[in-house]
Design a protein around this ligand. Structure first.
Ligand SMILES: [Mg+2]
Length: 230
């Protein structure tokens, strides 16, 4: 079996970095965001950025549009038409990088699994940002047989083409691949449609959305490591 891992919110704590960066943004631009708590700002930001990410993943908008619109639309929501979204975005990106960390427990499990099985990374994020993340946490790439940054191949998860390419990179058959990821839409459904098995990471606790027989759900990393190294 070959085990591919998703990066954001699976191995790397994207949500933590996003929240901290938004808190920094709120402190810096109190006049714009000061009426919101950090929770409210994050909810507002996600309400704007998640639909844009989905449009990006289906090819409806390009990367530049996504990058620009997530802050332009957020400022429009805040009724701050005179603020410069490019400046706000630049500060956010700077802060976001400063707050990267791995998901608690993920590194030990990843390394333990890599001792037993070939592992790889497969991510939808922006190529240049993902490259920085891999540089920051070199152990991820060091242990990986293959790293698939979907943007570089022109097909993003859940497009079956992204999984076909990753299968080819791994040099195994589709039913020999297990995908470890947190997103139901891009990781669970995407991998199942490609004939992969799935280990769905649900850190917020059980989720009753259905998965097929080839999948299992876990919310702590020791459980996954035990299951894959026995
Ligand atoms: Mg993810």
């Amino acid at each position: 079996m070959f085990v591919y891992f998703d990066l954001d919110d699976t191995l790397l704590d994207h949500r933590h970095a996003e929240r901290k960066a938004l808190a920094d943004l709120r402190d810096r631009y109190l006049a714009l965001f000061g009426t919101l708590s950090v929770d409210e700002l994050q909810a507002q930001y996600r309400a704007v950025s998640e639909p844009l990410w989905r449009e990006y993943e289906t090819g409806a908008i390009d990367k530049e549009t996504l990058q620009e619109r997530r802050f332009a639309d957020l400022l429009a929501e805040m009724e701050a038409p005179h603020a410069d979204p490019a400046l706000v975005r630049r500060y956010y990106v700077q802060c976001y990088r400063r707050h990267w960390r791995l998901v608690p427990g993920a590194q030990a499990a990843y390394e333990a699994i890599a001792e037993h099985l070939p592992v790889g990374l497969m991510t939808n994020g922006f190529a240049e940002v993902q490259a920085e993340k891999l540089k920051e946490f070199p152990v991820l790439e060091e242990r990986a047989e293959t790293v698939v940054v979907c943007e570089e191949n022109g097909a993003l998860k859940p497009d079956p083409e992204a999984f076909r390419h990753a299968t080819e990179q791994a040099g195994v058959e589709a039913d020999e691949v297990l995908y470890v990821g947190d997103s139901y839409r891009t990781d669970v459904e995407g991998a199942q449609n490609a004939g992969w098995r799935v280990a769905w990471f649900t850190p917020d606790g059980p989720d009753d959305r259905s998965t097929d027989d080839c999948s299992f759900v876990f919310d702590d990393w020791d459980t996954l490591a035990e299951r894959l190294t026995e």
